[in-house]
Design a protein around this ligand. Structure first.
Ligand SMILES: [Zn+2]
Length: 134
């Protein structure tokens, strides 16, 4: 297990939140993904004038990690600029599920205080790669 605390992961998510490209929603989101090997990949939401082209912070982080050769993840921290706790959207939950059933998901309020969930809580009875095997 990597020696990274949830608070350290959340700090990275807070830092990258400032880089969000969200001129349409004005909803800044940052995510920091911890790999099994202890590396951290960050991501922010990147919106587009053609709205469906936008990508969430969580999937930005996952895409960066996978493209650098990492597919084993232990935790992700997610923070927005909302006062209330933000949780990943459905598409992001399914994207996380591709790589881990047991991912810890730290969902924060704007101030950095957070709740800890597991992906299994956020996406019960999920469909994953093993379901395609006969
Ligand atoms: Zn999402």
């Amino acid at each position: 297990m990597p020696n990274v605390t949830p608070e350290q992961l959340m700090q990275k998510a807070m830092e990258v939140r400032a880089k969000a490209h969200c001129p349409y929603s004005k909803f800044h989101v940052g995510a920091a993904l911890l790999t099994e090997s202890g590396e951290i990949f960050t991501g922010c939401n990147v919106e587009n004038a053609s709205y469906p082209c936008g990508i969430c912070a969580e999937r930005t982080a996952i895409t960066k990690a996978v493209s650098e050769g990492h597919q084993k993840f232990v935790a992700i921290a997610v923070i927005s600029d909302a006062e209330d706790v933000v949780t990943p959207c459905g598409i992001c939950r399914q994207t996380m599920r591709e790589f881990s059933k047991d991912l810890k998901v730290y969902c924060a309020k704007r101030d950095g205080s957070y709740e800890t969930h597991t992906l299994a809580e956020l996406l019960p009875h999920s469909f994953g790669p093993e379901n395609l095997k006969s």
